[in-house]
Design a protein around this ligand. Structure first.
Ligand SMILES: [Zn+2]
Length: 474
C-alpha cells in the first residue's frame, strides 16, 4: 500500500514529466562558465534506479552541495568507442541511495569564445544515461542578440542583456552551441615579440604571447632552413561562424602577397599542440612564399607546411602534434598510390576531399625526408635563394631536387607519381620552351588570382569531420 502511494506520487505523468536531472550553465561577461548539475535521486530511487552517471571534465574540481559528506561515487574513464576513452572527460557514477537531491558543480572556462563583438558558446560534453530525461538551462550575460543554435531550444527568454535558453536532455550529440553578438565587446591587446605582432582580445593575451614566443624561438631554425625571414607578420584569432566550420587556420592571399595569419580560436580548447601546429603551419606558408614557392602550388605549400611544422614541433613533445602526424600518416596509408593526382591541386581547382590531398602532400615530404634527409631541403631552398628562382610547377621542384641529388630523388618522385617521364618540360630549367610555358601559366594564374582575390586559403585540419562534435575539443 505504501509502495503504491510512493509510485503514484513519483511516476511522471504524461502532462508533467519529471526531470531525472537538470543542468544549469551560467556564462559570465567574458565567456567563463559555471556548470551546476542537480540529480533527482528520490525520483530515480522510486524508479528502481540505484545509481546514475554523467560526463565530467577531467582535472576540474567537482564541488558537492552538501554541508556534511557527499554521495558515494566512482570516477572512471569515459569510453567513446570500444577501447577508446575521451581525452577531456571522465565518467562519474553516483549512487542515488543516500540523498534525495544531489547537486554538484564545476567551473568551465572559456565556454564562450569571443572575438570582436561575436561569441560562440560551446557547451561542455553533456552525456547522461540516455534512458533518462532532463533539462539544460543556459544563462548567458552580455548578449545583444542570438544568431544561431545547433539544436532548437525548448524555451528562450531575454531580460536586458541576459538570455536564458532551455533545451531538453539528452542532447543528440552531447553538445550544444549558441552563436551570439555581444552587448559590450571585449577590449583588444597588441603584442609584439621579436618582430612578430599579435592582435588579440585581452582575455586571450596569454595564448597569443605563447604563439609569438614560439615564433620567436623557431624563427632562427626556419630562417636556416628556408633561407629567408618574412617580415610584417601579424597573427589574429578568428571566430568561426559555427563550430562545424572546420577550418583551423588560414592566410588570405592578397594582391600584395600573403595577409595576416588567422587562427581558429577554438584551437585554445583543443588538445595541447594543435594550436601550436596550426600557428606554425600558417607561418610556414609565409616562409615558403618568401622563398619563392607560388601560392597556387598547393601540394607543395600544404605538404611542406604540415611536414615542417610537425618536424619543428615534435621536439617540444606536445601530444596534439603527434596526433596530427599520426592522423596524416594513417590517411596516407590509404592514399591511391602513386599520389600524382595532387599535382593539379590549386585554388582554381580545389578538391572535395581535402583530407586526402593534405595527407598525400604530406607523404611526399615525409618520404623525401626519410630517403634523402633534411639537408636536401636546405640545399633546395639555398638554391632558390642564390639563383632567385620562383617555383610555380611541380616539374620545377622535381628538376631542382634531381640536380641537387645527382638524380637520387628521381626514383622517389617517380614512385610518388610526381615524375613526368615523357614530359618535354622535364630536365633543363633554362630550356626556352619551359620558360615560354612559365610565362604563359603565369598569365593564366594572374587572371585566376584576380578573380579569386577574396577567397581564403584553407588550412583544413585533416581530422575535422563535419557532422559530429570531434572528441579532441574540451
Ligand atoms: Zn595550409
Amino acid at each position: 500500500m505504501v509502495f503504491t502511494l510512493l509510485l503514484v506520487s513519483n511516476i511522471p505523468s504524461l502532462t508533467q514529466p519529471v526531470d531525472a536531472l537538470s543542468y544549469v550553465i551560467t556564462v559570465d561577461e567574458d565567456g567563463d562558465a559555471e556548470v551546476r548539475v542537480t540529480i533527482n535521486a528520490k525520483f530515480l530511487r522510486a524508479m528502481g534506479i540505484g545509481e546514475t552517471w554523467l560526463a565530467v571534465p577531467r582535472g576540474e574540481r567537482i564541488v558537492w552541495s552538501f554541508t556534511d559528506g557527499r554521495p558515494s561515487y566512482i570516477v572512471s574513464p569515459l569510453y567513446i568507442a570500444p577501447g577508446e576513452t575521451n581525452i577531456f572527460y571522465n565518467n562519474i557514477t553516483i549512487s542515488t541511495l543516500e540523498y534525495d537531491t544531489i547537486s554538484l558543480r564545476y567551473s568551465f572556462k572559456m565556454a564562450s569564445l569571443i572575438v570582436d563583438d561575436r561569441a560562440l558558446f560551446l557547451s561542455p560534453l553533456i552525456m547522461i544515461d540516455d534512458k533518462l530525461s532532463g533539462k539544460l538551462a543556459i544563462r548567458i550575460k552580455n548578449v545583444a542578440e542570438v544568431n544561431e543554435y545547433s539544436v532548437q531550444p525548448q524555451q528562450f527568454s531575454k531580460a536586458k542583456d541576459n538570455i536564458n535558453v532551455i533545451f531538453t536532455l539528452p542532447l543528440p550529440s552531447g553538445r550544444v552551441w549558441i552563436s551570439y553578438n555581444l552587448e559590450r565587446p571585449l577590449s583588444f591587446d597588441e603584442i609584439v615579440i621579436d618582430g612578430f605582432r599579435g592582435v588579440v582580445p585581452e582575455k586571450y593575451s596569454a595564448y597569443m604571447r605563447h604563439i609569438l614566443m614560439l615564433y620567436s624561438d623557431l624563427s632562427p631554425n626556419m630562417t636556416e632552413l628556408f633561407k629567408v625571414r618574412p617580415e610584417n607578420i601579424t597573427v589574429r584569432f578568428f571566430l568561426p561562424r559555427t563550430f562545424y566550420e572546420g577550418v583551423d587556420g588560414y592566410v588570405p592571399i592578397l594582391p600584395s602577397g600573403l595577409g595576416d595569419i588567422n587562427i581558429n580560436i577554438f584551437t585554445i580548447r583543443m588538445l595541447p599542440g594543435i594550436m601550436e601546429h596550426v600557428a606554425v603551419h600558417e607561418l610556414i606558408h609565409h616562409y615558403l612564399w618568401s622563398a619563392g614557392i607560388d601560392e597556387d602550388l598547393l601540394w607543395f605549400h600544404e605538404g611542406a607546411a604540415n611536414f615542417f611544422s610537425i618536424y619543428l614541433l615534435n621536439n617540444i613533445g606536445l601530444r596534439g602534434v603527434k596526433a596530427v602526424e599520426d592522423s596524416l600518416l594513417a590517411v596516407s596509408q590509404n592514399v591511391p598510390y602513386p599520389a600524382g593526382f595532387i599535382v593539379g591541386w590549386s585554388r582554381s581547382s580545389p578538391t572535395h576531399n581535402p583530407t586526402l590531398y593534405y595527407a598525400s602532400s604530406y607523404l611526399v615530404f615525409h618520404t623525401l625526408y626519410k630517403k634523402h634527409g633534411l639537408n636536401l631541403f636546405e640545399d633546395f631552398f639555398a638554391y632558390l635563394n642564390k639563383n632567385n628562382v620562383s617555383i610555380r610547377e611541380t616539374q620545377d621542384v622535381v628538376s631542382i631536387f634531381s640536380m641537387l641529388s645527382d638524380g637520387a630523388t628521381d626514383n622517389t618522385f617517380r614512385r610518388l607519381g610526381l615524375f613526368a617521364d615523357d614530359s618535354t618540360l622535364a630536365g633543363d630549367l633554362r630550356d626556352s620552351q619551359f620558360l615560354l610555358f612559365l610565362v604563359f601559366s603565369l598569365a593564366v594564374l594572374l587572371i585566376i588570382s584576380v578573380s579569386a582575390l577574396t577567397r581564403l586559403r584553407r588550412s583544413g585540419e585533416p581530422y575535422v569531420e563535419s557532422g559530429d562534435f570531434p572528441s579532441y575539443v574540451g
